[in-house]
Ligand binder design. Structure first.
Ligand code: PMP
Length: 460
């Protein structure tokens, strides 16, 4: 076989790709028909594809490249660490400097008494850890029957069997099965499900479903509640202001452990270091991944409170991954955190570029096919609708119109995702005002072109 490289014609790369590579969340038919876009390099917020096109990545990869692409310092940190100690584990009474340094750094950054970290290589693994952590916690407290974890429909907590059961994506449950002792309540998505209620009443009502679920299942059986401070993969659903205070009240009242899944919200995405700070909540456990290394290395983890750590620490926690606290991943994450802090990337987003992005993004709600534009920090979504007043869905399978708009974004060299008929963005936090202008211009153009196609299909 000839050497496969960037210099090969795109069509040949695509043919080999579809012949041998199974893609996540894609259909073979689409890949066969259209060919996957081959990304060859990237810098800042810009991807370069094999045709030489410059594509604005308004999704930061998969919500993870917070510091932007192409930071050589991270490559150098990996190189240095690989030469010194490419691998060692932290099982059976050993440790190493990068894992010590990263755990200590995270303890310093995380709010409250979240001072202890269990490492994994991804958000899915970290949420699997959380399931075992909370069950072990209650066993150690003499309440082994407290096993049920309450989550929300349309939540995303990962792709492993356990974390996808924890998540609320019905399509995933249907394919992979569903582990026991998981329970889902409804999401605080006012646009789609709020009916005639005000957002505030609706937020309260959805939060109170947690209390109802605890009472129905039995307080003595519920171990924890897990949620993303702002739902990401569910469509960037920013909950009404009444939602989180009520959830916190209920968790406190029934002594249910609160797990904040910060995989997307963590490390600046919402304009603070953690989404829990933006939403004013006090979790017992936080799931982290993605922005921890800005995606340069696979790393995730669970940060737990002093109390949870003390209870777990009373026994041997029979859990661990070969790559828990991988030294190269830790070294890269540390360098990423150094850059985020020293270059004041989160502060700049909160005080300067964030407000600019938010104002421009909200102006997309003036487009005839956009019902609402919701944004917090640097994560936002547009609800597409044929009728802004009634918030009606399109007369087509959900996602048909979203997909049509996404196709136009792709053609206009803008990576924007669709979740059903919501269009979502989550750009690198280092995006500049000039790049924000380009993002908004391309989004508007894609909405216009998408709307023309939607009209031609008789859906608008
Ligand atoms: N939790 C949340 C909130 C996520 O958004 C994701 C990934 N999109 C995960 C968990 C799973 O992370 P990973 O893909 O790294 O396993």
């Amino acid at each position: 076989m000839s050497t496969i490289s960037n210099h090969m014609p795109t069509a040949e790369l695509q043919a080999l790709d579809v012949a041998h590579h199974i893609h996540p969340f894609s259909t073979q038919e689409d890949l066969q028909k259209k060919g996957a876009r081959v990304i060859t390099s990237a810098k800042g917020v810009w991807l370069k594809d094999s045709e030489g096109e410059d594509v604005l990545d308004a999704m930061a990869g998969l919500w993870c490249v917070n510091i932007g692409y192409g930071r050589e310092e991270l490559a150098e940190a990996a190189f240095r660490q690989m030469k010194e100690l490419p691998y060692y584990n932290t099982f059976f009474m050993t440790t190493h400097v990068p894992v010590i340094a990263l755990a200590a750094k995270l303890a310093e950054m995380a709010p409250g008494d979240l001072n202890h970290v269990f490492f994994a290589s991804s958000g899915s693994e970290a949420n699997d850890t959380n399931i075992r952590l909370v069950r072990t916690y209650w066993q150690e407290k003499g309440k082994p029957e407290k096993k049920v974890i309450i989550s929300r429909w349309n939540a995303y907590h990962g792709s492993s069997v356990a974390s996808s059961s924890l998540g609320g994506m019905k399509g995933m449950h249907a394919q992979s099965g569903y582990i026991p002792d998981m329970h889902h309540i409804d999401q605080p998505n006012w646009w789609s499900e709020g009916g005639e209620s005000t957002p505030e009443d609706f937020g309260l009502e959805r939060a109170q479903q947690l209390e109802q679920a605890i009472l129905e299942i039995g307080e003595d059986k519920v171990a924890a509640f897990i949620a993303e401070p702002v739902q990401g993969a569910g469509g960037v659903i920013i909950p009404p202001s009444t939602y989180w205070p009520e959830i916190q009240r209920i968790c406190d009242k029934y002594e249910i452990l609160l797990i904040a899944d910060e995989v997307i919200c963590g490390f600046g995405r919402t304009g603070n270091w953690f989404g829990s700070q933006t939403m004013g909540i006090k979790p017992d456990i936080m799931t982290i991944a993605k922005g921890l290394s800005s995606g340069y290395q696979p790393i995730g983890g669970s940060i737990v409170s002093d109390e949870v750590a003390a209870v777990i620490g009373a026994t041997e926690f029979n859990h661990g991954y070969t790559y828990s606290g991988h030294p190269v991943a830790c070294a890269v994450a540390l360098e990423n955190l150094r850059i985020l802090e020293e270059e004041k990337i989160v502060d700049t987003l909160r005080d300067d570029t964030g407000p600019y992005l938010q104002e421009k993004f909200r102006s997309l709600a003036e487009h005839p096919m956009v019902g609402e534009a919701q944004i917090i920090g640097a994560m936002g979504s547009l609800a597409l609708t044929p009728n802004k007043a009634t918030r009606a869905p399109f007369k087509a399978e959900t996602g048909t119109v979203g997909y049509m708009v996404r196709e136009r974004c792709f053609a206009n060299n803008l990576v924007m995702r669709h979740v059903g008929d919501r269009m979502i963005i989550s750009p690198p936090l280092v995006i500049t005002k000039a790049e924000i202008d380009i993002l908004i211009e391309r989004a508007w153009k894609s909405l216009d072109e998408g709307m023309a196609n939607v009209k031609a299909a008789g859906l608008f």
